[in-house]
Ligand binder design. Structure first.
Ligand code: LM2
Ligand code: CA
Length: 493
């Protein structure tokens, strides 16, 4: 389940948070396939509650399932199927965010908040009623018999049972140990596999027993052989927040695929913010920091996600950090540890704020992105589209070009780091003050290369800095403050 199921020359996952299916289909065709992106993590496609507050519909309604019908704010079942087809046709995979831990928050009912349920299914999340005819589930399918209250803050440190069987922020907790519940979940996952998806991001995995998840995943079909070949299994990444001191541990989950390594983004963010030194990151890999960093094939690497980009005083850098964020994401894409995921956001000021939309009169339907001539998203559309930022999209191509090549010829100087990806590429970043001038061993063939961090190679001409590699593989670099330089075999002029 740890195999990414991407094409070999596409090595980066992008989370198109809250995008519509029709927009993602267009994005696969017009952009992602050309910039080394191998897969898209999409928001939960199943039916969810609707909530109106502050003349807006929050993003987190997507994490309150009503049924497993493929009808959501992102679009219909037909639109979802069309997206999967069109993305697969251009070699871009779809990874589905699956919310299996729970249903709606206790007390939520269809029709409340004056807007009705989002789809045709009615439901009643009143305590002890807990009725979801669209599945169907009833209260007997929850963990109420084992725990009938919320997870307590202290449970996270010392009660794994409660973390897994009590309610997460009041969300009605399903019993994944029941064969009936497992069957409904397997049917849901199989319906997605039949449509051609490549895998799943398991929401709130640490709130479910690893062996229950294993029973569910093991019972799913192989991926479609016409797309993925014979006997291929879904890619799985489980959302497990474990930065130490928890009762539930990341390594309980690696039997089921990868886990979201939250230690990684925190470590790179500290260096990007100047709170630690890049030379400390030269061992970022299995065993790094003493806890929480598993084997390369177990890890999903990311800087920020849709949750921690909203935290007050977040430990990670986000799109709001500008150059420092670009350096963190660039480092992730240049470095060899885990399967990297790029976050792609809409801009927000309030942490509940939903995606750009067409207003109350249109049921807050999502308004898609629009694009500038340089292929970035128009900020007036409300979408940030980090994945389209020139530096980040260039680094997604860098990662693809350097796929399989080891790191070598490391040079580091506290706020600076440079290294080769043997015979494929060379990367240097400078988060210190002043320019960084040095001569480095690139391991590349002699020639002139286009620095794709400061520009791009278009039709043989480079809009960025040109770097000359001598016959000894060495080159002189001058990395501006808060910037990086990246050259690779496909950026040779
Ligand atoms: C996740 N991973 O484990 C998601 O990444 C995260 O975004 C989800 O929380 C969480 N698990 C549950 O799927 C979000 C959001 C919460 C929100 C829930 C459910 O961060 O704030 O909770 O989704 O929509 C909301 C309200 C909360 C309320 C709850 C239940 O914010 O105040 O709790 O609904 O009604 C009483
Ligand atoms: Ca649970």
């Amino acid at each position: 389940y740890d195999k990414t199921q991407t094409l070999v020359n596409r090595q980066t996952l992008v989370h198109l948070f809250e995008w519509k299916w029709t927009d993602i289909a267009n994005e696969c065709e017009s952009f992602l396939q050309h910039f080394g992106y191998g897969a898209v993590q999409v928001s939960p496609p199943n039916e969810h509650i609707t909530v109106v507050q502050n003349n807006d519909m929050p993003w987190w309604i997507r994490y309150q399932p009503v049924s497993y019908q493929l009808s959501s704010r992102s679009g219909s079942s037909q639109e979802f199927a069309d997206m999967v087809n069109r993305c697969n046709n251009v070699g871009v995979r779809i990874i589905v965010d699956i919310v299996l831990n729970h249903m709606v928050g206790v007390g939520q009912k269809s029709g409340q908040n004056g807007v009705g349920s989002s789809g045709p299914s009615s439901f009643d999340g009143t305590d002890n009623i807990e009725s979801f005819p669209g599945v169907p589930y009833g209260s007997g399918d929850t963990n109420d018999a084992r725990c009938h209250h919320d997870i307590d803050g202290s449970d996270y440190q010392n009660n794994a049972n409660n973390v897994r069987e009590c309610r997460l922020v009041g969300l009605l907790d399903l019993n994944q140990g029941s064969s009936y519940v497992q069957g409904k979940m397997v049917d849901y996952l199989n319906s997605l596999i039949d449509m051609g998806v490549a895998g799943f991001r398991a929401d709130a995995a640490k709130h479910m027993w690893p062996n229950d998840l294993k029973a569910i995943f093991d019972a799913t079909k192989n991926l479609r052989s016409d797309i993925f070949g014979q006997n291929q299994r879904a890619f799985i990444v489980q959302e497990v927040i474990d930065q130490g001191g928890e009762a539930t541990h990341w390594d309980e989950y690696i039997l089921n695929g990868r886990y979201t390594n939250f230690n990684y983004g925190a470590a790179v963010s500290r260096a990007a913010k100047g709170q630690s030194n890049w030379n400390g990151l030269t061992t970022l890999g299995p065993g790094y920091g003493g806890y929480g960093n598993g084997d390369d094939h177990d890890v999903l690497a990311f800087i920020d996600n849709h949750d921690n980009q909203r935290d007050d005083n977040t430990a990670v850098v986000t799109y709001k950090d500008g150059d420092r964020y670009k350096l963190a994401v660039a480092y992730m894409l240049a470095w060899t540890y885990g399967y990297p995921r790029v976050m792609s956001s809409y801009s927000f000021t309030d942490h509940n704020q939903g995606p750009p939309n067409n207003g109350a009169g249109n049921g807050f339907s999502t308004r898609g992105p629009s694009f500038n001539g340089d292929q970035t998203c128009n900020p007036n559309s409300g979408w940030v589209c980090e994945h389209r930022w020139p530096e980040i999209r260039a680094m997604a191509l860098f990662r693809s070009a350097c796929q399989g090549a080891a790191v070598s010829d490391l040079m580091t100087d506290n706020q600076r780091i440079a290294f080769a990806r043997e015979f494929k590429g060379y990367f240097a970043l400078n988060s210190g003050s002043g320019n960084w001038q040095f001569s480095g061993q690139t391991t590349l063939a002699a020639g002139t290369y286009c620095d794709v961090y400061s520009g791009a190679l278009n039709g043989g001409s480079c809009t960025g800095a040109s770097i000359t590699v001598g016959s000894d593989g060495r080159a002189s670099f001058n990395v501006p403050q808060s910037r990086a330089i990246a050259i690779h075999v496909n950026s040779r002029i």
